[in-house]
Design a protein around this ligand. Structure first.
Ligand code: SAM
Length: 222
């Protein structure tokens, strides 16, 4: 491991806004409203990388709390440091495998989930973060009619997600195969949210990918 990566791994251990969840069954589930010291809505970004959405949305919505989750501590470091430097008390990061995500939240504790440029997992559909397996996990802690946002460059992941929405009849709220072309059709607040650009969005856009987005809700019982 490089020197920089090692330094970041060590640094996040001392950050108050980062928690590490290691293995299944080892952790005590936090009461996040107590952690944030308020009962404001909580928005979760899964596979947050450097946390551009977690931090970007937290700046835009001080009346909400934001949690970014990713396995890679050296990426989380960037977002966590940014939140500290900007004195954002409404931001927290989890270093964990998303496979254990149900260990991190009590039922009905999360209002919205963002999946930002998730790995398309071409050979392992079950590992896609919008697969039924993951959606069932999210439904254990998402509030009834809670929202899931998916923003991606990947045709494969987007097509798959849209098929899942149709197959399992999740209520669809918006869908766009090219957000920058169809931006004007979306509500203003959402347009501004979608203008936040992550590290991977910048990489894929440079290669000419169109950016896709959909938003759906999860009913009380799946
Ligand atoms: C393609 S990157 C996107 C990162 C960021 N959202 C962006 O747009 O720049 C996918 C991220 O998901 C994380 N990831 C993928 N599978 C994961 C899992 N099972 N548990 C935790 N993190 C995972 C990776 O570490 C990586 O940071």
């Amino acid at each position: 491991m490089g020197k920089d990566k090692l330094m970041r791994f060590e640094a996040i251990k001392g950050f108050d806004n980062v928690t590490e969840f290691r293995y299944k069954g080892e952790n005590k589930i936090p009461i996040w409203s107590e952690h944030f010291g308020n009962s404001d809505p909580i928005v979760l970004e899964l596979g947050c990388g450097k946390g551009e959405y977690t931090v970007g949305l937290a700046k835009r919505y001080p009346q909400k709390n934001f949690i970014g989750a990713d396995l890679k501590g050296n990426r989380i470091y960037i977002g966590a440091r940014d939140a500290i430097q900007n004195k954002l008390g409404n931001v927290h990061f989890l270093r964990t495998r998303i496979d254990f995500i149900t260990e991190c939240f009590t039922p009905n504790s999360i209002d919205e989930i963002w999946l930002t440029f998730s790995d398309p997992q071409p050979k392992k559909p079950r590992k896609r973060l919008s697969s039924r397996i993951f959606i069932e996990r999210y439904s254990r802690f998402l509030k009834p009619n809670g929202i899931v946002h998916v923003k991606t460059d990947s045709d494969l992941l987007f097509e798959f997600t849209v098929e899942q929405i149709e197959e399992f009849k999740y209520p669809l709220i918006f869908k766009s195969w090219d957000i920058y072309k169809e931006m004007h059709q979306l509500p203003q607040l959402l347009q501004d949210d979608l203008l936040i650009k992550t590290h991977y969005e910048k990489l894929f856009s440079k290669k000419g990918a169109t950016i896709k987005y959909c938003q759906f809700s999860l009913p009380e019982s799946l």
